[in-house]
Write a protein that binds this ligand. Structure first.
Ligand code: EPU
Length: 296
């Protein structure tokens, strides 16, 4: 349970964000549906919070209800089919599958977050994305109507899917039994990542998407000289230019300011308009509600 008034800074890896107007942590799929129906009836904004690992929230919090997924963490493994609810920790699931000799999530070593959030943004990297393993996804629309899509219907693309305005409840993943030393592979990926990314700092992962055409946002930002650039309590990582760290007391404004400055420098130097990978939840209104949705 999350107490009303709890700031989102306690539930985001950036450690930034005020409280939502209301928290809901449904204990079951049915309770989740009821929350969505209630919000739809009252016209209240509703947002789904996954692991909060790719999310920047306004210091003033957000309007409406934020849904947490701590009550939806069941996992069922049947041969090479893994069925996980949205709130399951992706690293924990990856480790469990690797322990059983099931390959397919090991390439996601070092990717934090929940299964629901990872599927929504098709999380991954050079060693593969979660979408490649998705057999089906079930959930609700923001009005509480059920949906179910098979893998090819999910619209997986680079850091995207069709689930932006849908709430994922459960995912079926098809893995492959493997004789390989998957633990060694995971260790190797984590070692490589920790040498090139600030894995243990308060960040939201890569700030910008890599632009189309094979260029790397990190390289462009590095060339534009942002490494180590500080604004208030936030700075561009000195290890990898596409990461912004909250070094202590960083605010929404500090991070937004760094985002704008990085974008400006890259635009001026390379003519490339970087697109945010991190999802931003600004507080739009002080009282009236707007209809928004998704999971982050
Ligand atoms: N580079 C620099 N300077 C930097 C950072 C990178 O010159 O400050 C260069 C590297 O030397 C390399 C190239 O840019 O030649 C690409 O860098 P890297 O190998 O680190 O990969 P990336 O494209 O920056 C992507 C994903 C990461 C994922 C890694 C590894 C994006 C935006 N980033 O990083 O995903 O972990 O590959 O699989 O797609 C994330 O999405 O949050 C994320 C961290």
């Amino acid at each position: 349970m999350i107490a009303q008034g709890t700031p989102l800074s306690r539930h985001t890896s950036f450690k930034v964000g005020g409280p939502p107007d209301r928290w809901a942590v449904p204990a079951s799929e049915e309770a989740l549906r009821e929350t969505l129906v209630r919000c739809a009836e009252t016209g209240e904004a509703v947002r789904a919070l996954g692991g909060g690992k790719n999310l920047l929230v306004d210091d003033r919090g957000v309007e409406g209800t934020v849904i947490g997924f701590a009550g939806l963490r069941a996992v069922r493994i049947d041969g090479d089919l893994v069925v996980a609810q949205a709130g399951v920790s992706l690293p924990a699931l990856m480790t469990r599958c690797v322990g059983r000799g099931l390959a397919g999530l090991d390439g996601l070593a070092g990717v934090p977050g929940t299964v629901g959030g990872a599927v929504r943004m098709n999380a991954g990297g050079v060693h593969g994305t979660i979408g490649e393993r998705v057999e089906w996804v079930r959930g609700f629309t923001l009005r509480g109507e059920p949906f179910s899509f098979a893998g090819p219907e999910c619209g997986f693309r680079y850091r995207g899917s069709r689930f932006a305005d849908l709430v994922i409840v459960e995912v079926g993943l098809r893995l492959s039994p493997s004789g390989e030393d998957l633990r060694a592979r995971v260790k190797e990926i984590i070692a490589k990542k920790s040498a090139t990314q600030p894995l243990w700092s308060a960040t939201a992962g890569c700030t910008f998407k890599n632009p189309p055409g094979g260029e790397s946002a990190g390289r462009l930002l590095d060339r534009a000289g942002v490494k180590g650039l500080v604004l208030g309590g936030a700075r561009y990582s000195t290890l990898h230019a596409n990461f912004i760290e909250n070094t202590g007391g960083g605010t929404f404004g500090d991070i937004m300011g760094l985002i704008a400055e990085g974008r400006r420098r890259v635009r001026e130097q390379s003519g490339v308009e970087l697109e945010l990978e991190v999802e931003v939840w600004p507080r739009v209104t002080e009282g009236a509600f707007a209809a928004v949705g998704g999971a982050a």
